[in-house]
Design a protein around this ligand. Structure first.
Ligand SMILES: Cc1cc2nc3c(=O)[nH]c(=O)nc-3n(C[C@H](O)[C@H](O)[C@H](O)COP(=O)(O)OP(=O)(O)OC[C@H]3O[C@@H](n4cnc5c(N)ncnc54)[C@H](O)[C@@H]3O)c2cc1C
Length: 384
Protein backbone atom coordinates (compact mmCIF):
# COMPACT_ATOMS: atom_id res chain seq x y z
CA UNK A 1 0.00 0.00 0.00
CA UNK A 2 1.21 3.47 -0.79
CA UNK A 3 0.69 7.03 0.35
CA UNK A 4 -1.15 6.22 3.56
CA UNK A 5 -2.14 8.97 5.94
CA UNK A 6 -0.79 7.84 9.34
CA UNK A 7 -1.16 9.29 12.84
CA UNK A 8 1.48 8.19 15.34
CA UNK A 9 0.51 8.83 18.95
CA UNK A 10 3.62 9.30 21.06
CA UNK A 11 7.04 10.60 20.09
CA UNK A 12 9.20 8.21 22.13
CA UNK A 13 11.67 5.70 20.70
CA UNK A 14 8.88 3.62 19.15
CA UNK A 15 6.84 6.47 17.70
CA UNK A 16 9.82 8.31 16.23
CA UNK A 17 11.31 5.15 14.69
CA UNK A 18 7.91 4.38 13.19
CA UNK A 19 7.74 7.86 11.70
CA UNK A 20 11.19 7.46 10.13
CA UNK A 21 10.26 4.05 8.68
CA UNK A 22 6.91 5.18 7.27
CA UNK A 23 8.35 8.37 5.78
CA UNK A 24 11.05 6.22 4.13
CA UNK A 25 8.24 4.27 2.49
CA UNK A 26 6.53 7.40 1.18
CA UNK A 27 3.60 7.63 3.60
CA UNK A 28 2.26 10.84 5.07
CA UNK A 29 2.98 10.88 8.82
CA UNK A 30 1.98 13.07 11.73
CA UNK A 31 3.32 12.39 15.24
CA UNK A 32 1.37 13.75 18.22
CA UNK A 33 2.93 13.92 21.68
CA UNK A 34 1.39 15.10 24.93
CA UNK A 35 4.59 16.74 26.16
CA UNK A 36 5.07 20.49 25.67
CA UNK A 37 8.79 19.84 25.20
CA UNK A 38 10.18 16.47 24.11
CA UNK A 39 12.67 15.22 26.65
CA UNK A 40 14.09 11.71 26.76
CA UNK A 41 12.83 9.55 29.63
CA UNK A 42 15.99 8.33 31.39
CA UNK A 43 19.64 9.05 30.70
CA UNK A 44 20.98 6.19 28.61
CA UNK A 45 19.96 3.01 26.87
CA UNK A 46 21.81 -0.03 25.59
CA UNK A 47 20.84 -0.53 21.97
CA UNK A 48 21.62 -4.15 21.31
CA UNK A 49 22.53 -5.23 17.80
CA UNK A 50 18.88 -5.91 16.85
CA UNK A 51 18.00 -2.26 17.57
CA UNK A 52 21.11 -1.09 15.71
CA UNK A 53 20.16 -3.27 12.73
CA UNK A 54 16.79 -1.49 12.53
CA UNK A 55 18.62 1.84 12.41
CA UNK A 56 20.91 0.39 9.72
CA UNK A 57 17.84 -0.62 7.69
CA UNK A 58 16.51 2.93 8.00
CA UNK A 59 19.76 4.50 6.84
CA UNK A 60 20.77 5.69 10.31
CA UNK A 61 23.65 3.28 10.94
CA UNK A 62 26.36 5.91 10.57
CA UNK A 63 24.35 8.26 12.78
CA UNK A 64 24.17 5.84 15.69
CA UNK A 65 27.81 4.81 15.26
CA UNK A 66 28.76 8.49 15.59
CA UNK A 67 27.08 8.93 18.98
CA UNK A 68 27.14 5.39 20.43
CA UNK A 69 29.65 4.32 23.07
CA UNK A 70 32.51 1.93 22.29
CA UNK A 71 31.59 -1.04 24.46
CA UNK A 72 34.33 -3.61 23.87
CA UNK A 73 34.16 -5.90 26.90
CA UNK A 74 31.82 -7.21 29.58
CA UNK A 75 33.13 -7.55 33.13
CA UNK A 76 31.26 -8.89 36.17
CA UNK A 77 32.67 -8.19 39.63
CA UNK A 78 31.44 -9.12 43.06
CA UNK A 79 30.58 -6.44 45.58
CA UNK A 80 34.18 -6.34 46.88
CA UNK A 81 35.50 -5.69 43.38
CA UNK A 82 36.87 -9.17 42.70
CA UNK A 83 36.54 -10.00 39.00
CA UNK A 84 34.13 -12.87 38.35
CA UNK A 85 34.56 -12.82 34.58
CA UNK A 86 35.87 -10.39 31.97
CA UNK A 87 35.63 -11.07 28.24
CA UNK A 88 35.55 -9.40 24.85
CA UNK A 89 32.17 -8.71 23.19
CA UNK A 90 33.74 -9.15 19.73
CA UNK A 91 32.50 -12.78 19.47
CA UNK A 92 28.96 -11.41 19.88
CA UNK A 93 29.52 -8.91 17.07
CA UNK A 94 31.02 -11.62 14.86
CA UNK A 95 28.10 -13.92 15.57
CA UNK A 96 25.20 -11.51 15.00
CA UNK A 97 26.84 -9.23 12.45
CA UNK A 98 26.43 -5.86 14.16
CA UNK A 99 27.71 -4.01 17.24
CA UNK A 100 25.65 -2.96 20.22
CA UNK A 101 25.74 0.73 21.11
CA UNK A 102 25.03 2.15 24.54
CA UNK A 103 23.83 5.68 23.85
CA UNK A 104 22.56 8.77 25.60
CA UNK A 105 18.81 8.80 25.13
CA UNK A 106 19.01 12.45 24.12
CA UNK A 107 21.41 11.50 21.29
CA UNK A 108 19.12 8.74 20.04
CA UNK A 109 16.14 11.04 20.19
CA UNK A 110 18.01 13.77 18.29
CA UNK A 111 19.02 11.26 15.61
CA UNK A 112 15.42 10.14 15.09
CA UNK A 113 13.96 13.64 15.29
CA UNK A 114 16.48 14.84 12.73
CA UNK A 115 14.93 12.43 10.25
CA UNK A 116 11.26 13.31 10.55
CA UNK A 117 11.35 16.99 9.63
CA UNK A 118 8.39 18.94 11.01
CA UNK A 119 6.04 15.97 11.46
CA UNK A 120 5.97 16.14 15.27
CA UNK A 121 3.37 18.27 17.05
CA UNK A 122 3.77 18.76 20.80
CA UNK A 123 1.13 19.49 23.44
CA UNK A 124 -1.33 16.95 21.96
CA UNK A 125 -2.57 14.72 24.78
CA UNK A 126 -4.63 12.08 23.00
CA UNK A 127 -7.54 10.81 25.05
CA UNK A 128 -9.47 8.46 22.76
CA UNK A 129 -9.54 6.84 19.38
CA UNK A 130 -12.45 5.51 17.31
CA UNK A 131 -13.18 4.43 13.74
CA UNK A 132 -15.87 6.27 11.83
CA UNK A 133 -16.81 5.42 8.22
CA UNK A 134 -13.48 3.73 7.52
CA UNK A 135 -11.41 6.58 9.00
CA UNK A 136 -9.56 6.56 12.30
CA UNK A 137 -10.37 9.55 14.50
CA UNK A 138 -8.15 10.56 17.42
CA UNK A 139 -9.41 13.05 20.01
CA UNK A 140 -7.21 15.19 22.22
CA UNK A 141 -7.73 16.62 25.69
CA UNK A 142 -7.97 20.12 24.19
CA UNK A 143 -10.89 18.98 22.02
CA UNK A 144 -9.01 18.65 18.76
CA UNK A 145 -9.93 15.91 16.31
CA UNK A 146 -7.41 14.26 13.97
CA UNK A 147 -8.38 11.88 11.15
CA UNK A 148 -6.18 9.36 9.36
CA UNK A 149 -6.15 6.06 7.48
CA UNK A 150 -4.55 4.38 10.48
CA UNK A 151 -3.30 5.21 13.97
CA UNK A 152 -0.17 3.82 15.60
CA UNK A 153 -0.56 3.95 19.39
CA UNK A 154 2.98 4.42 20.74
CA UNK A 155 2.08 6.26 23.93
CA UNK A 156 4.27 4.19 26.25
CA UNK A 157 3.77 2.01 29.29
CA UNK A 158 1.02 4.23 30.81
CA UNK A 159 -0.90 4.13 27.51
CA UNK A 160 -4.27 5.86 27.54
CA UNK A 161 -5.38 4.28 24.27
CA UNK A 162 -4.23 0.67 24.75
CA UNK A 163 -7.61 -0.46 26.12
CA UNK A 164 -9.33 0.51 22.83
CA UNK A 165 -7.30 -2.18 21.08
CA UNK A 166 -7.10 -4.77 23.85
CA UNK A 167 -10.68 -4.39 25.08
CA UNK A 168 -9.69 -4.23 28.75
CA UNK A 169 -7.39 -2.42 31.13
CA UNK A 170 -3.90 -3.91 31.28
CA UNK A 171 -2.45 -3.75 34.79
CA UNK A 172 1.29 -3.27 35.17
CA UNK A 173 3.00 -5.37 37.83
CA UNK A 174 5.79 -4.18 40.10
CA UNK A 175 8.84 -6.37 39.47
CA UNK A 176 10.33 -5.83 42.94
CA UNK A 177 13.24 -3.42 42.56
CA UNK A 178 14.08 0.24 42.20
CA UNK A 179 16.42 1.51 39.51
CA UNK A 180 18.56 4.66 39.79
CA UNK A 181 20.13 5.80 36.52
CA UNK A 182 22.06 8.68 35.01
CA UNK A 183 25.30 9.61 33.25
CA UNK A 184 28.63 10.55 34.89
CA UNK A 185 31.79 11.91 33.24
CA UNK A 186 34.51 9.38 32.39
CA UNK A 187 37.00 8.87 35.18
CA UNK A 188 39.86 6.42 35.79
CA UNK A 189 38.37 5.82 39.26
CA UNK A 190 35.41 4.00 37.67
CA UNK A 191 37.48 1.34 35.89
CA UNK A 192 37.87 0.46 32.19
CA UNK A 193 35.90 3.09 30.20
CA UNK A 194 35.36 0.71 27.23
CA UNK A 195 33.84 -2.06 29.32
CA UNK A 196 30.29 -2.78 30.41
CA UNK A 197 31.06 -3.35 34.07
CA UNK A 198 28.52 -4.92 36.41
CA UNK A 199 29.00 -5.33 40.16
CA UNK A 200 26.67 -7.91 41.72
CA UNK A 201 25.94 -8.91 45.31
CA UNK A 202 23.06 -9.13 47.83
CA UNK A 203 20.60 -9.23 44.91
CA UNK A 204 21.72 -5.72 43.87
CA UNK A 205 23.45 -4.60 40.66
CA UNK A 206 25.62 -1.66 39.70
CA UNK A 207 26.32 -1.15 36.01
CA UNK A 208 28.34 1.29 33.92
CA UNK A 209 28.50 1.44 30.12
CA UNK A 210 30.33 3.87 27.82
CA UNK A 211 28.26 6.54 26.06
CA UNK A 212 29.41 9.70 24.27
CA UNK A 213 31.61 11.63 26.75
CA UNK A 214 30.70 9.61 29.79
CA UNK A 215 29.35 6.49 31.42
CA UNK A 216 25.68 5.57 31.60
CA UNK A 217 25.12 4.00 35.01
CA UNK A 218 22.35 2.26 36.84
CA UNK A 219 21.90 0.81 40.31
CA UNK A 220 19.24 -1.83 41.03
CA UNK A 221 18.03 -2.27 44.60
CA UNK A 222 15.41 -4.90 45.55
CA UNK A 223 12.73 -3.09 47.56
CA UNK A 224 9.30 -4.31 48.70
CA UNK A 225 7.67 -0.88 48.37
CA UNK A 226 6.66 -0.05 44.79
CA UNK A 227 6.84 3.71 45.39
CA UNK A 228 10.38 5.07 44.93
CA UNK A 229 11.64 8.00 46.98
CA UNK A 230 13.74 10.08 44.59
CA UNK A 231 14.44 12.94 47.03
CA UNK A 232 18.03 11.98 47.91
CA UNK A 233 19.31 9.34 45.48
CA UNK A 234 22.96 9.82 46.46
CA UNK A 235 22.17 9.38 50.16
CA UNK A 236 20.08 6.29 49.42
CA UNK A 237 22.85 4.77 47.26
CA UNK A 238 25.51 5.47 49.92
CA UNK A 239 23.35 3.51 52.36
CA UNK A 240 22.44 0.63 50.01
CA UNK A 241 26.01 0.15 48.79
CA UNK A 242 28.00 0.84 51.97
CA UNK A 243 31.11 -1.36 52.03
CA UNK A 244 31.03 -2.15 48.27
CA UNK A 245 34.07 -1.85 45.99
CA UNK A 246 35.89 1.50 45.79
CA UNK A 247 34.80 1.85 42.09
CA UNK A 248 31.18 1.73 43.24
CA UNK A 249 31.90 4.37 45.90
CA UNK A 250 33.62 6.55 43.26
CA UNK A 251 30.56 6.22 41.02
CA UNK A 252 28.16 7.22 43.81
CA UNK A 253 30.28 10.27 44.63
CA UNK A 254 30.49 11.25 40.93
CA UNK A 255 26.74 11.39 40.34
CA UNK A 256 24.85 14.63 39.96
CA UNK A 257 21.76 14.01 42.14
CA UNK A 258 19.31 16.20 40.15
CA UNK A 259 20.25 14.21 37.03
CA UNK A 260 19.40 10.83 38.57
CA UNK A 261 16.13 9.13 37.63
CA UNK A 262 14.68 6.89 40.36
CA UNK A 263 12.12 4.36 39.13
CA UNK A 264 10.12 1.40 40.40
CA UNK A 265 10.42 -1.23 37.68
CA UNK A 266 7.25 -2.68 36.18
CA UNK A 267 6.28 -5.20 33.56
CA UNK A 268 2.94 -6.50 32.32
CA UNK A 269 1.67 -9.86 31.21
CA UNK A 270 1.95 -10.40 27.44
CA UNK A 271 -0.93 -9.08 25.33
CA UNK A 272 -2.25 -11.39 22.62
CA UNK A 273 -3.25 -8.89 19.97
CA UNK A 274 -1.86 -5.50 19.05
CA UNK A 275 -4.38 -4.57 16.36
CA UNK A 276 -8.04 -3.62 16.15
CA UNK A 277 -9.28 -2.47 12.78
CA UNK A 278 -6.96 0.28 11.60
CA UNK A 279 -5.49 1.00 15.05
CA UNK A 280 -2.33 -0.70 16.25
CA UNK A 281 -0.19 -0.79 19.39
CA UNK A 282 3.60 -0.39 19.20
CA UNK A 283 6.41 -0.22 21.76
CA UNK A 284 5.73 -0.17 25.51
CA UNK A 285 1.99 0.30 24.99
CA UNK A 286 2.03 -3.21 23.52
CA UNK A 287 4.74 -4.82 25.63
CA UNK A 288 6.14 -3.30 28.79
CA UNK A 289 9.06 -5.47 29.82
CA UNK A 290 11.41 -5.38 32.80
CA UNK A 291 14.64 -3.85 31.48
CA UNK A 292 16.79 -6.80 32.54
CA UNK A 293 17.58 -7.87 28.97
CA UNK A 294 17.86 -4.26 27.71
CA UNK A 295 15.34 -5.08 25.00
CA UNK A 296 12.24 -2.85 25.51
CA UNK A 297 13.44 -0.04 23.26
CA UNK A 298 14.99 -2.48 20.77
CA UNK A 299 11.63 -4.27 20.51
CA UNK A 300 9.89 -0.94 19.86
CA UNK A 301 12.33 -0.28 17.01
CA UNK A 302 11.79 -3.75 15.57
CA UNK A 303 8.01 -3.15 15.78
CA UNK A 304 8.43 -0.02 13.69
CA UNK A 305 10.32 -1.76 10.90
CA UNK A 306 8.04 -4.80 10.81
CA UNK A 307 4.91 -2.62 10.74
CA UNK A 308 6.27 -0.49 7.92
CA UNK A 309 7.24 -3.59 5.94
CA UNK A 310 3.80 -5.18 6.23
CA UNK A 311 2.15 -1.95 5.12
CA UNK A 312 4.40 -2.02 2.05
CA UNK A 313 4.34 -5.72 1.21
CA UNK A 314 0.60 -6.46 1.59
CA UNK A 315 -2.29 -5.04 -0.38
CA UNK A 316 -5.44 -6.66 1.00
CA UNK A 317 -6.23 -3.92 3.51
CA UNK A 318 -4.66 -1.85 6.27
CA UNK A 319 -6.42 -4.00 8.88
CA UNK A 320 -4.95 -7.13 7.30
CA UNK A 321 -1.42 -5.67 7.41
CA UNK A 322 -1.90 -4.73 11.07
CA UNK A 323 -3.10 -8.25 11.93
CA UNK A 324 -0.02 -9.73 10.25
CA UNK A 325 2.19 -7.33 12.22
CA UNK A 326 0.40 -8.33 15.44
CA UNK A 327 0.73 -12.05 14.71
CA UNK A 328 4.49 -11.67 14.23
CA UNK A 329 5.24 -9.27 17.05
CA UNK A 330 3.07 -10.44 19.97
CA UNK A 331 4.76 -13.87 20.38
CA UNK A 332 8.22 -12.31 19.95
CA UNK A 333 7.55 -9.71 22.67
CA UNK A 334 5.91 -12.29 24.95
CA UNK A 335 9.08 -14.38 24.93
CA UNK A 336 11.22 -11.35 25.78
CA UNK A 337 8.84 -10.25 28.58
CA UNK A 338 9.00 -13.73 30.13
CA UNK A 339 12.76 -14.08 29.77
CA UNK A 340 13.35 -10.60 31.21
CA UNK A 341 11.15 -11.38 34.21
CA UNK A 342 13.03 -14.61 34.84
CA UNK A 343 16.36 -12.82 34.56
CA UNK A 344 15.10 -10.07 36.87
CA UNK A 345 14.11 -12.59 39.56
CA UNK A 346 17.49 -14.29 39.32
CA UNK A 347 19.48 -11.04 39.44
CA UNK A 348 17.44 -9.59 42.30
CA UNK A 349 17.44 -12.55 44.68
CA UNK A 350 13.79 -13.62 44.60
CA UNK A 351 15.32 -16.97 45.50
CA UNK A 352 18.58 -16.06 47.30
CA UNK A 353 20.07 -19.56 46.85
CA UNK A 354 19.50 -19.41 43.07
CA UNK A 355 21.08 -15.96 42.91
CA UNK A 356 24.08 -17.17 44.93
CA UNK A 357 24.44 -20.09 42.50
CA UNK A 358 24.34 -17.59 39.60
CA UNK A 359 27.17 -15.59 41.19
CA UNK A 360 29.17 -18.85 41.37
CA UNK A 361 28.39 -19.53 37.69
CA UNK A 362 29.63 -16.05 36.76
CA UNK A 363 32.96 -16.93 38.33
CA UNK A 364 33.23 -19.91 35.92
CA UNK A 365 32.02 -17.96 32.86
CA UNK A 366 34.30 -17.64 29.82
CA UNK A 367 31.81 -15.42 28.00
CA UNK A 368 30.22 -18.04 25.78
CA UNK A 369 27.10 -18.61 27.85
CA UNK A 370 26.40 -14.88 28.41
CA UNK A 371 27.06 -14.07 24.76
CA UNK A 372 24.76 -16.95 23.80
CA UNK A 373 21.98 -15.42 25.92
CA UNK A 374 22.40 -11.96 24.40
CA UNK A 375 22.61 -13.43 20.87
CA UNK A 376 19.38 -15.38 21.50
CA UNK A 377 17.48 -12.08 21.89
CA UNK A 378 19.03 -10.70 18.72
CA UNK A 379 18.85 -13.74 16.43
CA UNK A 380 15.15 -14.29 17.07
CA UNK A 381 14.28 -10.78 15.86
CA UNK A 382 13.31 -9.62 12.38
CA UNK A 383 16.84 -8.56 11.32
CA UNK A 384 19.03 -11.64 11.48
C1 LIG B 1 15.28 1.70 33.79
C2 LIG B 1 15.03 1.32 32.36
C3 LIG B 1 16.09 0.94 31.58
C4 LIG B 1 15.88 0.54 30.26
N1 LIG B 1 16.94 0.15 29.51
C5 LIG B 1 16.74 -0.25 28.25
C6 LIG B 1 17.84 -0.66 27.45
O1 LIG B 1 18.98 -0.65 27.90
N2 LIG B 1 17.60 -1.07 26.17
C7 LIG B 1 16.34 -1.06 25.65
O2 LIG B 1 16.17 -1.41 24.47
N3 LIG B 1 15.29 -0.67 26.39
C8 LIG B 1 15.44 -0.27 27.65
N4 LIG B 1 14.39 0.16 28.41
C9 LIG B 1 13.04 0.15 27.81
C10 LIG B 1 12.79 1.38 26.95
O3 LIG B 1 13.08 2.55 27.68
C11 LIG B 1 11.34 1.41 26.50
O4 LIG B 1 10.98 0.15 26.02
C12 LIG B 1 11.13 2.45 25.40
O5 LIG B 1 11.43 3.74 25.89
C13 LIG B 1 9.70 2.40 24.91
O6 LIG B 1 9.51 3.35 23.93
P1 LIG B 1 8.06 3.84 23.56
O7 LIG B 1 8.24 4.78 22.41
O8 LIG B 1 7.15 2.69 23.42
O9 LIG B 1 7.54 4.62 24.84
P2 LIG B 1 8.11 5.94 25.51
O10 LIG B 1 9.55 6.09 25.26
O11 LIG B 1 7.62 5.93 26.91
O12 LIG B 1 7.38 7.13 24.73
C14 LIG B 1 6.01 7.35 24.83
C15 LIG B 1 5.71 8.77 24.33
O13 LIG B 1 4.29 8.92 24.27
C16 LIG B 1 3.94 10.19 24.80
N5 LIG B 1 2.58 10.04 25.31
C17 LIG B 1 2.17 9.35 26.40
N6 LIG B 1 0.83 9.43 26.54
C18 LIG B 1 0.39 10.19 25.50
C19 LIG B 1 -0.91 10.64 25.08
N7 LIG B 1 -2.01 10.31 25.78
N8 LIG B 1 -0.99 11.40 23.97
C20 LIG B 1 0.12 11.73 23.26
N9 LIG B 1 1.37 11.35 23.62
C21 LIG B 1 1.50 10.59 24.72
C22 LIG B 1 4.99 10.45 25.88
O14 LIG B 1 5.11 11.84 26.14
C23 LIG B 1 6.24 9.85 25.24
O15 LIG B 1 6.95 10.81 24.48
C24 LIG B 1 14.57 0.54 29.72
C25 LIG B 1 13.49 0.94 30.52
C26 LIG B 1 13.72 1.32 31.83
C27 LIG B 1 12.54 1.73 32.68
Amino acid sequence: MQDLDVLVIGGGIGGLTTAVALLRDGHRVRVLDQARELRPIGAGISLWSNGVKVLDALGLGAGIAAVGGSMERLCYRDLHGTTLCDFSLQPLVDRVGERPYPVRRADLQALLLGNIGDRLTMGQRCTSVEEVDGRVVVHTEAGERHEADLAVVADGTHSKLRSYVVGRTVEREYVGYHNYNGVVPDSAALGDPRSWTVHVGEGKRVSTMPVRDGQYFFFDVPTPDAVPDGTDPQGALRKHFAGWDERVQALIEAIDPPGVATLAIHSHAPIDTYARGNVVLLGDSAHTTAPDLGQGGCLAMEDALVLANYLTTTSVSIADALQRYSAERAPRAARIIERALKRSRLSHAHDPAATEAWYQELAQEDGSSIIGGIAASIETGPCR
